[in-house]
Design a protein around this ligand. Structure first.
Ligand code: GLT
Ligand code: MN
Ligand code: MN
Length: 390
């Protein structure tokens, strides 16, 4: 299907969190600037815009102190709105960061009662997610971190986190939920330092779990960018490990507070190489825009924001296809790589004979160092493509 008008359809698998388009503009320095929107209304609007699904925290939908009857009424109403507007809930997650009970961590709290409550809250939230059809369960440990290390819990925290995830993976199996869990790294904010700050830390940690096959990563564009890292590089490592279970797309200026900007609004080149990576490798999961409209905006601005996230993705997807089909770009790419069948054989798969042959080989270092790979040319072709002059 072509998207010459850049208008999405559910096949594009674009999703938004209830907390994203529902964000009211509150920030640490100011009150909300927009009225709250109800979950059924958000479903209606996102359905009209061509989104595929809606993600939620337990309490985005059901207030934390709702009675059982209220719970049932709210969930029934939301389900109806989803089916009326052709949307699904592919991912769910728990709010383990707003309640003051979690101020010093949830699964990594030094208080055993808080850790147990976090497990209870998560099980209930997993029940709700399953009720709504979610197959991916995200863990973003917003409060799992510290401002000071005087409490001396660094190694304990890792162990407590592991115990909790092992418990919850078993709960998912015992209940027959079949969730795939996606761990979301972030370096800081709201904590001074958050545990497991990068995709690489999550990958290392997953290997220590009892059911590693059930766990993957939910990398977020802004979270790597905040600390000056290259998000496309992080995602490539996650894909290589077979662990891209979900992805959070947004944008961010490096070195700033957590901005959650509209996808593609800031780092257009990294966004392009990210979209190209996702499309070239056939990522088939949901593409979740975990961002919100600027605080300056009214409701019209919220929908302009949502439309813009999807439109920019589709434009970049088309640019990626152009990149792959452009003869000059492909020629420059071919010139960049130097292939050598004999050396490929020699360097892949160790044998004492190969090691011997490689030790004896003479390389012309001056020639290797003197070669110009043509990256300036290739990058300018990319810039021309992105600026629309190709
Ligand atoms: C919060 C955070 C996000 C997480 C959400 C899921 S909550 O908005 O900033 O990065 O993905 O818990
Ligand atoms: Mn975020
Ligand atoms: Mn996120």
């Amino acid at each position: 299907m072509t998207h010459s008008s850049y208008v999405p359809t559910p096949d594009d698998k674009f999703t938004f969190g209830l907390w994203t388009v529902g964000q009211t503009g509150r920030d640490p320095f100011g009150e909300p600037t927009r009225a709250p929107l109800s979950a059924p209304y958000i479903a209606q609007k996102l359905g009209e815009l061509g989104a595929y699904g809606i993600n939620l925290h337990d309490n985005d939908l059901v207030p934390i102190d709702a009675s059982a009857a209220e719970h049932d009424r709210i969930v029934a109403e939301f389900r109806q709105a989803l089916s009326d507007h052709g949307l699904v809930v592919p991912m769910a997650t728990t709010n383990l960061f707003s309640d003051p009970a979690f101020k010093d961590g949830a699964f990594t709290s030094a208080d055993a009662r808080v850790r147990a409550y976090a497990l209870q809250k998560t099980m209930r939230s997993m029940d709700l997610g399953h009720e709504l059809g979610a197959q991916t369960y995200v863990f973003w440990g917003g409060r799992e971190g510290a401002e000071v290390d005087a409490g001396g819990k660094l190694l304990d925290a890792i162990g407590w986190f592991r115990d909790s995830l092992n418990f919850l993976a078993d709960y998912s199996e015992a209940q027959g939920y079949g969730y795939r869990f996606a761990l979301e790294p972030k370096p800081n904010e709201p904590r001074g330092d958050i545990f497991f700050p990068t995709a690489g830390s999550m990958l290392g940690f997953i290997a220590t779990l009892e059911r590693p096959e059930r766990f993957g990563v939910n990398p977020e564009f802004a979270h790597d960018t905040m600390s000056g890292l290259n998000f496309a590089h992080a995602v490539a490592q996650v894909i290589d490990a077979g662990k891209l279970f979900h992805i959070d797309l947004n944008d961010q200026k490096p070195g700033r507070f957590d901005q959650d900007l509209r996808f593609g609004s800031e780092n257009i080149k990294t966004a392009f190489f990210l979209v190209k990576l996702l499309e070239d490798t056939g990522y088939a999961g949901p593409k979740h825009f975990d961002a919100h409209a600027l605080r300056t905006e009214d409701e019209a601005g919220v929908w302009a924001f949502a439309r813009g996230c999807m439109r920019t993705y589709l434009i970049l997807r088309e640019k990626a296809r152009q990149f792959n089909a452009d003869p000059e770009i492909q020629a420059a790419l071919a010139a960049y790589r130097v292939e050598d069948a004999e050396l490929a054989d020699l360097t892949r798969g160790f044998s004492p004979q190969k090691a011997e042959a490689l030790r004896d080989r003479t390389f012309d270092r001056a020639e290797l160092g003197g070669r110009g790979p043509g990256l300036e040319h290739l990058d300018q072709l990319t810039v021309d493509l992105l600026l629309g002059t190709r």
